[in-house]
Write a protein that binds this ligand. Structure first.
Ligand code: FAE
Length: 543
């Protein structure tokens, strides 16, 4: 508990009011009466047989924006989240596990870790862990593993915090049916403010030991004629400076990232969700998973929810009613639900676009082996803050990523986002009772080719080679995964131009499923901005 208090009350963190709200889920919603809220919904998990005006499936970016804006408009909202609340410290006094030492908290119902970088110096890194409803899901489909956050805050709990607004000139390629002027004048600024996005102090970037890896990345990019761009983040850089000075508990400088940050990072728990709870109109059921949504007799929808224990077993089933339902379970979660519900007859009127247009944001990873004179530093901030932009010429934007191992590796590491045209489709498999995804591993070759437009050139200029010890023996490319699932309920196709699902009034998609497979940069700012745009319209016209 003390650690979480320091975390959210620490320098650069929330105001006193925000702090009290942030601990609301620990202390119980009953303490929230002093926030000026009215008509507070029932505290705690939703009850069997409940009837709520709005039910939101998932507590990631789309769900959190919807909850806050609906609550501010005076609507009571209940959010259902399959993951845990992540508000209680473990036996080590910390809420979140360290990336260097994954433990029971790290993976969603796996008995063996599945680390994105599976090897180091050729040695496999994965290890057995007890089955638990941990924070990172490595969800496996036939051709790709999709990493996703599980818990109250969704992907914001586990991601790198890179808060990137796409270049305006590329926006029509990202969301062709959306008015770019509105997005860049109103909704991107609103999203960036709501997320607490900040930029690194360049003078500090140029001198601090913890960004030596990024300065090497910048030097190599610029020497090969590529544009190096500084990338904003939701990690509080003022807090990070104090970590470097040794005056506060360390998080980014202690290799925390993939399994949560105990300090410094403005996840949704501290921004949109804290504000949403402060209205007194939003309640959340963690460890509850929606399995069905169907029209209710007399209007509205019937929702079936499984209650889970921390082993991931179903311990009970609840049936509730809602006048409106927002699907905010993430691209994969929303797509899987909608595809199943259409195919199994719960929502047969959904249109033929459901499950289509899914992409991996062109993700591909690689490392380069530097010369001894280009050390990248034993201390590396786990928060990336720079990228190499070769999108227009070669179709790749590469994040200069850390390898926070705690030792000097002489490695430069990159996550590239590429302009791949490949799109997959989700489909219902009646034989297995599961939803399949048609993605094929070989499709990543297009992304590799695009990433090579950057790294072949840098290697040639620097006289360096690719690392072959990070993803398995002699494997250069991390082409088996994505961090950025997008699509499956594409805007203006499966939905109207504001996320209203076609075929059913009162059903909406409001997450990464709306975006047709690629954002040209890291996606969460665009997911947030689009949700801000859509919910404004929905509140104005539907409620
Ligand atoms: P998301 O945040 O995934 O939230 C969906 C929520 O719904 C989750 O909490 C689920 O547990 C929950 N859910 C799913 N199914 C159900 C169900 N049936 N019932 C109840 N709850 C359910 O969706 N993006 C960036 O822009 N910058 C980065 O630096 C970055 N780094 C990343 C690093 C990692 C390791 C990962 C995994 C992702 C990263 N991302 C990054 C991607 C980003 O986190 C992701 O695009 C957003 O979180 C997607 O937001 P959504 O609202 O679509």
């Amino acid at each position: 508990m003390t650690d979480s208090i320091k975390a959210i009350g620490g320098p650069g963190g929330l105001s006193r009011r925000g702090f009290i709200v942030g601990t609301g889920s620990i202390l119980g919603m009953g303490l929230m009466g002093g926030t000026g809220a009215s008509a507070a919904p029932a505290a705690g998990p939703i009850g069997d047989g409940a009837h709520v005006p709005v039910l939101i499936i998932g507590t990631g970016y789309g769900g959190s924006v919807a909850a806050l804006r609906l609550a501010q408009a005076g609507v009571d909202v209940h959010m259902v989240e399959m993951g845990m609340a992540w508000d209680t410290p473990g036996s080590d006094g910390k809420i979140f596990a360290n990336t260097k030492s994954p433990d029971v908290r790290s993976y969603w119902t796996r008995t063996r870790t599945k680390q994105p970088l599976s090897n180091f110096l050729g040695f496999p890194l994965d290890k057995d862990v007890p089955r638990y409803t941990g924070i990172l899901d490595a969800e496996e489909f036939a051709g790709i593993t999709v990493y996703q956050g599980r818990g109250v805050g969704g992907g914001s709990l586990v991601n790198g915090g890179m808060a990137v607004t796409p270049k305006r000139s590329r926006f029509s390629g990202v969301l062709p049916s959306v008015n770019a002027d509105e997005m860049y004048d109103v909704y991107y600024p609103r999203a960036n403010a709501g997320l607490g996005v900040n930029e690194i102090d360049r003078a500090w970037f140029d001198t601090t030991a913890c960004y030596q890896f990024a300065r090497v990345g910048r030097k190599h990019a610029e020497r090969s004629g590529f544009e190096f761009v500084y990338v904003p983040n939701v990690y509080d850089f003022e807090y990070m400076k104090q970590e470097a000075a040794g005056t506060v508990p360390k998080s980014a400088l202690a290799a925390e990232i993939l399994y949560g940050n105990n300090y410094g990072k403005k996840s949704l728990q501290k921004t949109y969700l804290a504000q949403a709870k402060a209205t007194g109109r939003v309640s959340i059921s963690p460890l509850h998973r929606v399995t069905s949504v169907s029209p209710a007799s007399g209007g509205g929808y019937t929702i079936v929810i499984e209650q889970l224990n921390t082993s991931g077993d179903t311990t009970g089933t609840k049936t509730v009613k809602a006048d409106r339902v927002f699907f905010a379970a993430g691209s994969v979660g929303t797509s899987k639900l909608l595809v199943k519900l259409k195919a199994t007859g719960a929502l047969p009127g959904l249109n033929g676009e459901i499950g289509k247009g899914w992409g991996d944001n062109g993700n591909v990873m690689c490392g380069r082996a530097n010369h001894m004179w280009d050390a990248t530093g034993a201390l590396q901030s786990s928060m990336p803050t720079g990228g190499i932009d070769n999108w227009d010429a070669g179709g790749a934007f590469a994040e200069v990523a850390p390898l926070p191992t705690g030792i000097e590796t002489y490695a430069s590491f990159y996550l590239s986002i590429t302009n791949t045209p490949k799109r997959a489709e989700f489909s219902w498999n009646a034989a297995t009772g599961r939803v399949d995804l048609s993605w094929q591993t070989a499709w990543k070759q297009t992304s590799i080719d695009m990433a090579k437009t950057i790294f072949d050139k840098i290697n040639s200029m620097e006289g360096t080679v690719y690392r072959s010890d990070l993803f398995g023996a002699y494997k250069i490319w991390g082409d088996h995964l994505t961090y950025h699932p997008l699509g499956g309920a594409v805007l203006n196709k499966a939905t109207d131009n504001y996320g209203r699902l076609r075929g059913y009034s009162g059903l909406y998609a409001i997450d990464g499923s709306l975006i047709p497979g690629n954002t040209s940069v890291n996606p969460f700012v665009t997911i947030t901005a689009l949700a801000e745009r859509n919910i404004e319209k929905i509140i104005a016209t539907d409620l």
